[in-house]
Structures are given as C-alpha cells and as structure tokens.
Design a binder for this molecule. Structure first.
Ligand code: PRP
Ligand code: URA
Length: 215
C-alpha cells in the first residue's frame, strides 16, 4: 500500500470493525439492503473518529443525587454535506451521531468518457462559514469530484472542512490532499489503483448504483 504517513491531512482509519465491514461491502454477493446498512454503520464508526475534536463546554446538569457541571458538545454548528448520490448513505449514518446537524447537498456526476466531474446542484446551510462541515462520499477515485465539491463549499464561504470516504485510490487521495491541504481527510481503506475506466480496484464497483439499486 502507498505510504501516506507523510501527508499530515490524511488519517487512515484502521479500526478492525471498519475494516471488517468494508470487506463485507466489497463483496458482490452483498445485496442492496445490507449494502446500505453497512454504509450507515461504517459512516458512524468513521464519524466517531473524525469528530474527536468537537469542542465541549461544561453545562449544569442535575442528577437524581445532586447538581454537577458536565461536558456537552459546544455550539452545535455542524453541517453534513453528501456528494450526490452515493454520499447520501454516509450522511444518514452520521446523522445518528449528530441528529441536529444541518444538511447541504452537492450534486456531481462523473462524465463516463472524460471522468471529469460535472456539478448540477449545490445547496448549503447558512451560515456556512461558522460551521464544521463534513463532506461525505464513499469513493475517492481520481479525486476530481471531492476537489470540486470542496471548491464549491469554499466559494460559498466554508472554512472548517473535513472529508470522509470509505475507499480511496492512491492517485485521488494524493490529488485531494494537495489541492486542499487545510481539509482533514478520513479514509477507511486505500486500494491498489484505478483501472482504465477510472474505477477503484479492487474497490466495490459503482457505489451509487449499489446503494440505490440502479443500473
Ligand atoms: C462516484 C462517487 C464519487 C465519484 C468519485 O459518483 O460516488 O462522487 O464517482 O470519482 P472521482 O474521484 O474520480 O471524481 P458518480 O459520479 O458515479 O455519481 P453517482 O454517485 O450519482 O452515481
Ligand atoms: N465511483 C464509484 O462508485 N466507484 C469507483 O470505483 C469509482 C468511482
């Protein structure tokens, strides 16, 4: 596997539960219902790691025995921004951890011959500049979609941005890390390479089609 330890903005989440669930996700015998469930579960496990730096503040709580000061998440200013379509499955999983987060949507599709992303939708919650923004997409292949999505968020004023993907190709991971060095990237697994159709191999196939049962 390529060595990404020198890239300060990349964190590869090697937790055994995440790795086990990614293997089940890859299998071509995993059907739509199980695929969706696994995407939710992996997003939650990744979120647990990626949200370690959420700010806390002490608030007064009254237990059945006495009052005490106890830490709770400060501000509640998070936004989850899935890249359509496949990022939606991860956003649902993250909402279990951050039920009050606002949701933005960025619509991008890859041209099947040039592999370049085309944007067709962008709606972000305001004030975007004050929010911690978690962009989700299970697949980081050439990196073009993630780079463009984050460009759109920055053009709208977004500043504190994290990106979460389940499987990345080495090329895409390097490209995203270099294009947006200020964005922390959380990755479940780095695969071998891209094939001639710019699909990640071994990968899991087309994530959007597997989540939504299309094709
Ligand atoms: C997939 C995937 C990413 C993108 C990754 O989406 O979910 O958004 O490709 O490829 P890249 O890193 O080379 O840009 P796709 O364009 O197939 O759209 P879909 O989710 O609507 O199927
Ligand atoms: N998009 C996918 O869904 N899978 C890949 O392998 C590459 C891009």
């Amino acid at each position: 596997m390529a060595d990404f330890s020198k890239f300060e903005n990349i964190e590869i989440l090697t937790h055994p539960l995440i790795q086990h669930k990614i293997s089940r996700l890859r299998s071509k015998s995993t059907g739509t219902a199980e695929f969706r469930k696994l995407i939710h579960e992996i997003a939650m496990l990744m979120g647990y790691e990626a949200l370690r730096d959420l700010e806390l503040e002490d608030v007064e709580i009254e237990t059945p025995l006495e009052k005490c000061m106890s830490p709770m998440i400060k501000g509640k200013k998070q936004a989850i921004v899935p890249i359509l379509r496949a990022g939606l499955g991860m956003a649902d999983g993250l909402l279990n951890l951050l039920p009050n987060a606002k949701i933005g949507h960025i619509g991008l599709y890859r041209d099947e011959s040039t592999f370049k992303p085309h944007a067709y939708y962008c709606k972000l919650p305001s004030p975007i500049e004050k929010r911690t923004i978690i962009v989700t997409d299970p697949m980081l292949a050439t990196g073009g979609s993630a780079i463009d999505a984050i460009n759109l968020i920055k053009e709208s004023g977004g500043k504190k941005i994290k990106f979460m993907c389940i499987i990345a190709a080495p090329q895409g991971l390097k490209a995203l890390s270099e294009a947006h060095p200020d964005v922390k990237i959380y990755v479940g697994h780095v695969d071998r390479e891209l094939n001639k159709d710019s699909y990640i191999v071994p990968g899991l196939g087309d994530a959007g089609d597997r989540i939504f049962g299309t094709k």
